[in-house]
Design a protein around this ligand. Structure first.
Ligand code: NAP
Ligand code: MG
Length: 488
């Protein structure tokens, strides 16, 4: 299907109980950040519509939970195939609302398809245990049962994957789900719902409601019939959710980061530069696990700055719809662009040295969009915002160190604990970095901290719980202990 057709069919609709229904609430435009043009509109979900979606998910829960894991796995495989078949149109929708280049968006859609197949395979491997008892004639079974109705609340930076991990885990476990995507990237989620419908997944198992987080998201948090909230977003909203939840419910919170890269004295310089370039600027730096700040050992400092500055300048910035292969597209939101500029100004005012970027690209193609060039600041100090807060934009700060101890101390000196990166070849440096970096994900000599079959999650203010891997799926289950007396 064409992206434009798909967009017009779901305009101002929610997906409730297996049907796309025209929303009754106020309309909000959705803007293409590369052009400033309105691409379509969403409806703000009303309390009645939220109740309908939750009720549909509740009705669907027991039958879906009782469906054989093998059948749920088949549904997931089918969903993955359908998504992959329509990857091009879905990618274009994502680019229109989010700004990332089409090739990158297509890659994300295909990762979502892969997640469907991964969770399908896991669905049939959820085992229990038999536990020894303290008396003869007893047997204890520990089994896993799906939690129930999940409210999923997701951000705008990875509009397909961050919906997908929650959706796939729900489908695999036997939970049902109501998805509230980010206000500025709702159509990728609605396009996924269209595939859910096409895959013949039973009505009510998956629902999508659009609207403001503070209203629709908050309503799911407070709803007495939602059993679990799976949230990805900022630490501030994560804390608000934890504080405002009026009853006991399961929470998984995947929150912000402020991720360091340490380039140790033994590092392979060109590998470190390539890694820093990829992980600082991919998706315009709008990644929770983007490199925010870099600590480089003194002997490598100036050569690193020179090579990294060149690599950053060489990245192409373009409208991602016209130039599918561009390195960087538009930023997704004006707020994110403003924060990037504010962190840059703060760094420069405090004496940082500009190595690359520092301004928006010039030309008619950029005039109305949210563009900014990949920007590198050197000689940064710890109090600069670029070093102490998550920028969530195409800006990275660098500082020099003499002893590895000092670099590790500074890397860990943050309330966040999502991901950290290091380049080193000396075995003892590699070992120390792996062990002492206080993060949920540590990537050494590479910058891809997440893979599908390992748990992905943060610690400290970066959240609780995880996604991906067996561990991510188990977040959707309750334990049940069944103690049986079978002897005399
Ligand atoms: P955000 O402002 O926290 O929003 C995330 C989601 O929460 C959106 O759907 C938002 O809806 C909704 N929301 C807002 N207020 C709410 C409330 N009171 N109750 C319930 N839901 C509410 O985050 P963002 O700006 O979209 O995304 C950027 C942040 O996400 C960064 O901090 C980034 O590090 C983090 N992130 C973390 C991970 C991870 O895996 N740890 C992955 C990606 C991103 P609206 O859009 O309608 O406001
Ligand atoms: Mg927001």
């Amino acid at each position: 299907m064409r992206a434009e057709t798909m967009l017009s069919e779901v305009r101002a609709h929610h997906f409730i109980d297996g049907q796309f229904r025209p929303g009754q609430g106020e309309r909000t435009p959705v803007i293409n950040p590369a052009t400033g043009e309105t691409i379509s509109a969403i409806a703000q979900a009303l309390p009645m519509e939220i109740d309908q979606a939750v009720a549909a998910a509740r009705r669907a829960f027991r039958p879906w939970a009782r469906t054989l894991p093998k059948q749920r796995a088949q549904a997931l495989h089918k969903l993955g195939d359908l998504i992959a078949q329509d990857a091009e149109a879905m990618a274009r929708i994502m680019t229109m609302e989010q700004g990332k280049p089409v090739n990158e968006a297509r890659g994300e859609i295909l990762k979502l398809a892969e997640a469907c197949h991964f969770y399908a395979e896991e669905a049939v491997r959820v085992h229990g245990e038999i536990v020894p008892n303290d008396q003869p004639g007893f047997q204890s079974l520990v089994v896993r049962e799906p939690i129930g109705v999940v409210g999923a609340i997701t951000p705008w930076n990875y509009p397909a994957e961050l919906v997908g991990w929650k959706l796939c885990a729900s489908l695999a476990s036997g939970c049902t789900i109501i998805i509230k995507p980010a206000d500025i990237t709702p159509f990728t989620a609605l396009a996924i719902a269209a595939k859910v419908q096409e895959a013949g997944i039973p009505s009510g198992v998956v629902n999508v409601l659009t609207g403001r987080g503070s209203v629709v998201g908050q309503a799911l948090v407070e709803h007495p019939d939602v059993d679990k909230i799976a949230f990805t977003g900022s630490s501030a909203v994560g804390l608000q959710i934890q504080r405002s939840c009026p009853r006991i419910k399961r929470l998984s919170l995947e929150l912000g980061g402020n991720c360091p890269l340490i380039v140790a004295a033994s590092a392979d310089l060109s590998a470190a530069v390539a890694g820093a370039t990829r992980r600082s600027f991919r998706n315009m730096g709008q990644i929770c696990i983007a490199i925010n700040r870099i600590y480089v050992a003194r002997p490598l400092y100036e050569p690193f700055l020179e090579a990294f500055g060149k690599a950053a300048e060489a990245l192409t910035v373009a409208n991602g719809l016209d130039n599918p292969g561009a390195d960087c597209g538009a930023m997704a939101s004006a707020d994110a662009l403003e924060k990037t500029k504010a962190h840059l100004e703060d760094g420069r005012a405090r004496g940082a040295r500009l190595i690359a970027g520092g301004a928006a690209p010039i030309g008619p193609a950029f005039a109305r969009g949210l563009f900014f060039r990949p920007t590198v600041l050197a000689d940064c100090t710890p109090e600069m915002l670029v070093m102490s807060e998550e920028t969530f934009g195409p800006l990275v700060g660098i500082s020099v160190f003499d002893e590895l101890d000092e670099a590790i101390l500074r890397a860990n000196d943050t309330p966040y604990g999502l991901a950290a990166y290091a380049f080193a070849r000396d075995l003892s440096e590699v070992h120390r970095l792996s062990e002492e970096l206080d993060y949920g994900n540590v990537a050494v000599n590479n910058v891809d901290a997440g893979i599908m079959n390992a748990p992905y999650g943060g610690r400290k203010q970066s959240g609780v719980g995880c996604e991906h891997g067996r561990e991510g799926l188990l977040e959707y289950f309750n334990f049940k202990h069944i103690r049986l007396k079978y002897g005399p």
